[in-house]
Design a protein around this ligand. Structure first.
Ligand code: HEC
Ligand code: HEC
Ligand code: HEC
Ligand code: HEC
Length: 424
């Protein structure tokens, strides 16, 4: 369905009437139907392929990727190409890229190690290797790392989240794979993460499934009082950094207390979905483009069949995708580079200001009035969250440059007020 829409955009981008009609014809609502499998809460749709006989599932009820090899060779082969994007392929160490992070994250696990993400092939290896896991870590940290954990939660209930991490992690051997986006029927898209469907609210009807399947993991989350993986919102209206902060404040939720300023802090995660679909959504989202349109694209195989590229790379590394963008973006790579450098340069500058603020507040903490101290600590909490929200979003500003700048503006305004209180 999306394919016909894009063909229209390319051939008649000047014809507004055709464009609108084509978009309406493949609006997200049109592709969202309710699955008649045993998971009625999950929306699903029927892409192009015909169902085949389902191979045997593992002990968790998951048909692993290798079992689909013969039935869907093209999807399987391109899925395996994700292995090229490995932790050894030259990943940024954020603690070196932004040295101020060592001060900002002080007292929290992220100060021990924080590397740029690798591909889906390495989710289990990465979680086992991270220095952020310790003896208190629960199994809720395995959310989004393997379909086997999600299938276990869906079969046994939320108690699975509170089992110690160490008692569970070795049970699993399948990284993110087919089941996470298709369950055991690759001709359909399914969102198996129930917590996320609750958080989407009516957005299950208004955002494309090709984005929801990614958004179930690429989102801002926290562990609620029952230690269950949750999101700080219901519906796209609440998916902005400002509204999430208000949510966390109402709940008096914090991830840790900063040892020098005493501020109760929040760690932002990876709000890709919210950055694109939250609030008034990105330009490309409003044109109907989903994560899959920019990160997958369509390939024509040697035998003439078409399939979705399952190697999830940057659109700038995917010639088939880039060709579709060029009708509107004459030089997308330099446009993206420009958006990214504007955002990351500001991030770098502002991170140094946050560090200076932390050091000033730490020095004056014991001499401030109770009211000034409370407000100064709240400013630390809020300013750092706005900054982190932009930095941890994996596109470096490209997914929604306007939103990135708005959040950095809010961070700077807060710091200005805070330096006023501190007279610094
Ligand atoms: C991260 C999510 C994700 C994973 C993992 C995934 N798929 Fe898909 N798959 C998609 C999306 C999204 C589409 C539809 C793309 C579109 O409509 O533009 C799709 C489409 C398909 C289709 C329909 C035909 C086509 O190519 O469009 C088949 C068949 C398929 N996938 C098989 C698989 C198999 C087999 C695996 C595992 C080896 C797998 N998928 C893993 C997201 C995923
Ligand atoms: C079940 C959870 C899950 C789903 C579903 C999922 N992702 Fe991911 N994704 C992850 C995790 C976790 C990582 C980080 C892996 C690591 O570093 O160990 C990741 C990493 C990535 C990366 C590599 C990041 C980099 O910096 O190189 C890309 C690109 C990506 N995902 C895109 C997508 C897209 C597009 C979809 C939907 C079609 C999707 N993901 C669906 C969990 C998921
Ligand atoms: C309009 C096109 C577009 C859409 C829609 C889109 N992305 Fe991206 N994405 C990009 C661009 C451009 C980059 C930056 C690529 C680069 O730096 O080479 C990027 C980067 C990323 C990265 C970092 C890894 C990388 O390859 O640089 C991840 C992860 C990611 N996107 C996930 C998602 C998810 C999840 C969604 C849907 C919620 C999504 N994207 C929707 C265009 C898009
Ligand atoms: C119909 C015209 C059109 C097509 C086709 C198109 N874009 Fe865009 N795109 C725009 C416009 C207009 C903007 C707003 C910013 C600007 O003026 O450049 C935009 C903005 C973006 C942004 C910044 C985030 C946002 O949504 O504001 C990214 C990233 C992007 N496009 C990537 C892509 C990619 C990747 C493709 C191909 C898959 C593509 N675009 C195809 C018109 C288009």
């Amino acid at each position: 369905m999306l394919k016909s829409k894009k063909a229209v955009i390319i051939t008649s981008a000047a014809c507004t009437v055709c464009l609108v009609a084509a978009l309406a014809a493949c609006s997200p609502q049109a592709s969202t139907t309710t699955s008649d499998t045993d998971t009625p809460a999950s929306p699903s749709q029927t892409p192009t392929a015909e169902p085949v006989e389902t191979p045997e599932a593992d002990e968790f009820g998951v048909v692993v990727a290798d079992a689909w090899k013969d039935a869907y060779p093209h999807q399987y082969e391109t899925y395996k190409q994700n292995e090229e994007n490995s932790p050894e392929s030259g990943k940024a160490n954020y603690l070196e890229t932004y040295p101020a992070l060592n001060t900002m994250y002080k007292g929290y696990g992220f100060a021990k190690g924080y590397e740029e993400a690798a591909s889906h092939s390495y989710t289990l290896e990465s979680i086992k290797a991270t220095p952020r896991v310790n003896e208190k870590t629960l199994a809720n940290c395995i959310t989004c790392k393997t379909p086997q954990f999600t299938a276990k939660v869906n079969a046994e209930g939320d108690d699975v989240y509170t089992i110690p991490f160490a008692d569970m992690i070795d049970l699993f051997n399948e990284p993110v794979s087919c089941w996470n986006c298709h369950e055991n029927e690759p001709t359909q898209l399914v969102v198996p993460s129930k917590f996320y469907l609750t958080s989407l609210g009516s957005a299950t009807e208004t955002t494309p499934l090709e984005a929801q399947v990614c958004g179930q993991c690429h989102n801002e989350y926290y562990f609620n009082s029952e230690k269950v993986t949750s999101n700080p919102y219901v519906g796209t209206e609440e998916m902005t950094a400002e509204k999430m902060l208000a949510f966390y404040d109402d709940l008096e939720f914090s991830d840790w207390e900063h040892p020098d300023t005493g501020a109760p802090l929040l760690k932002a995660q990876h709000p890709e979905f919210e950055t694109i679909y939250g609030g008034k959504q990105s330009h490309m989202a409003s044109l109907g483009y989903s994560c899959a349109d920019c990160h997958m694209g369509t390939v024509v195989a040697d035998d003439g069949t078409t399939f979705s590229n399952h190697n999830l790379v940057s659109p700038l590394e995917n010639d088939a995708v880039l060709a579709e963008c060029s009708s509107c973006h004459k030089d997308l790579p330099s446009q993206v580079a420009q958006w990214q450098s504007e955002v990351t340069e500001r991030e770098q500058e502002i991170s140094l200001e946050i560090e200076r603020y932390i050091n000033e507040l730490a020095a004056q903490k014991d001499t401030l009035s109770a009211d000034d101290l409370a407000r100064a600590q709240q400013i630390h909490r809020h300013a750092q969250f706005y900054w982190d929200y932009v930095m941890v979003e994996n596109s470096e500003g490209a997914h929604n440059p306007d939103v990135a700048h708005e959040n950095l503006d809010k961070c700077e305004e807060l710091l200005e007020e805070g330096f006023g209180i501190l007279g610094a």
